[in-house]
Each structure stands twice: as C-alpha cells, then as structure tokens.
Design a protein around this ligand. Sequence first.
Ligand code: FO1
Length: 309
Amino acid sequence: MIVALAGGVGGARMAAGLAACLPGGDLTVVVNTGDDFEHLGLAISPDIDSVLYTLAGLNDTVRGWGQSGETWAFMEALGKLGGPDWFLLGDRDLATHVLRTERLRRQTLSEVTEGFARQLSIPHTVLPMSDDPVRTIVLTDEGELPFQEYFVSRQARPVYKGLRLEGVEAARAAPGVIEAIRKANAIVVCPSNPWLSIAPILRVPGIEAEVQAARERGCPVVAVSPFIGGQAVKGPAAKIMHELGLEPTPAALARLYDDFATALVIDNQDAQQALPAIPVHVTDTLMRDAAGQARLGRDVLVFVRALRP
Ligand code: FO1
C-alpha cells in the first residue's frame, strides 16, 4: 500500500508513474485542493483533475493541465460576450467542472472524485486532502492574492512571501486519508511545489502528524525532488525558493521536509550537490511522457522496497 501526496503537474505525473507499476487498489493519491476555486459559477479542482486526467491517460502532455485534443469554442463564445478570458476552460474540461458543480449539491468532493475515477476506469484511489473548502491565498510583495490570480493571471510574477490557507483550521482530512496513511507501507511526496502543493496537504489538521507517526513506525517517507539542476521542471518552485533566500537544491529540500521525510530521490544533474544525511537515490527524475512516468515510478518503488525494515 503506497500513499502519494500530490499537487500540480509533477504530482499528477508521479502518481501516474506509481499507478503504472502497482496493482489496482495498492495506491492512494492524496491531492491538494488549496488551488480549488469557483469560476463562472463552476467548482474547479485543478489538481484533482490533473491527477484524474493523467491516471486515465487523457491529459495534455504539453500544457501539463487539461485534456489532450482540447477545443476552445466555449472560450471563444465567452470572449465575444465580454466574459473573463484569463483562466482557460477547454470544451472537454468544461464537462468535468459542470458535472462536479452539479453533483456537489448533494455529494462531497470525495464522492464526486470517486465517481469520476470509477467512470474513467482508474483502479486506484484518488482522495482530495479535504472535503471542506481550503483556499490558498498567496502573500506577495503586492499583497494577498487568491491562488489562481497569483498563479495563472499574474503568472507567479509577484514575489512570494508566504501562504495563508483560508479554512484550514476547521478542515478535516477527507474520509480515507488518515486511514490510508496509517496502513501505508510507504509514503511518496511527489515532485510537486513544496510550498504551493505539498504544504497545504500537510497543514490539514491531522495529516502531517499521521505522516510523522508513519515515519516513527518505520514506514519510509520518500520525497522526490521537483528540482533538476537548480530549476523546477514546471512552475515557480525554484523562483519561490530564491525569493525566500533558499537554493533549489536537494539539501535545501531535505531541510524543508526535515520533519517527516526519511529519504530523497534526486536527479542525476544534482548528484554533485551537497547531499543531506538521509538516504538519497540518484536517477533521471524528468518525466517526459507516460514511459518516463512509469520508469520513475518503478525506480521510486525499488528504492522504497530497499528502505523498508
Ligand atoms: N493553468 C494556466 O496556466 N492557465 C490556465 O488558463 C489554466 C486553466 C486551467 C483550467 C482547468 C484546470 O483544471 C487547470 C487549469 N490550469 C491553468 C492549471 C492550474 O491552474 C494549475 O496548474 C494548478 O492549479 C497548479 O497546480
């Protein structure tokens, strides 16, 4: 039983890599929902959708988010009417948001996600970190910005100063999250943005404590670095590290994850960097396509098995 903590494109790709190497039911992906927001009256859960689309092989591999073969008639029509065009909703993707919004009237986000996963023939468990609304607000040099305004509208240009997670104190981990961590033989922290994707998951009351409890009982907690040669594959993780006066290196990542990680997977390009005092596996961490995802998934699982007592 493997639990993966995931957010963003790196999280979705790693989850798909692990999924490709594990029998159905052996993987639970716990997904960040701090990026969720309401747009045009629709409930958007970008990270859940990235995980579902990638596990189902429907994802756009170039953009990293949304579906492949997407068309944009809705956006064109929206633009003609003077609607907001800063957040792109493809025609196929729109179906997900419309159906989710409608189902959320009588179902929880976990139930809606489970229904989508079943319909898409995904044999693994995909759980939101919480069914309660948690909204990531990014503190920047230009003031507080709701996550998608910072990330998409402002393209993460404002200088990152910190996070506020609206609603997190009252949020409960979604059903199955704590139980999955309790039963896990290993926990994989995906190569997601440590600040924007992983921190919100760990801040849901009970989740980080349960990961630490897993570590105490000898369960490997393996973090896969999102950095390659001082850069993030996608998104602002390296930029944020610099803005916080940190280096995007394996050692800095190990310090960030010091409270819970027991081992690290890093890229070949970073092998010459100062390494942390925990076990480190050096490999090619770039996931270019489904084969690359499966290769890294297999690599991580072999490393994990060697770590188990
Ligand atoms: N990311 C963008 O950079 N621009 C977009 O217009 C955009 C639209 C979008 C629509 C649905 C969806 O599920 C994701 C979308 N994303 C878009 C990605 C998303 O905002 C971010 O990648 C995540 O929130 C960060 O993990």
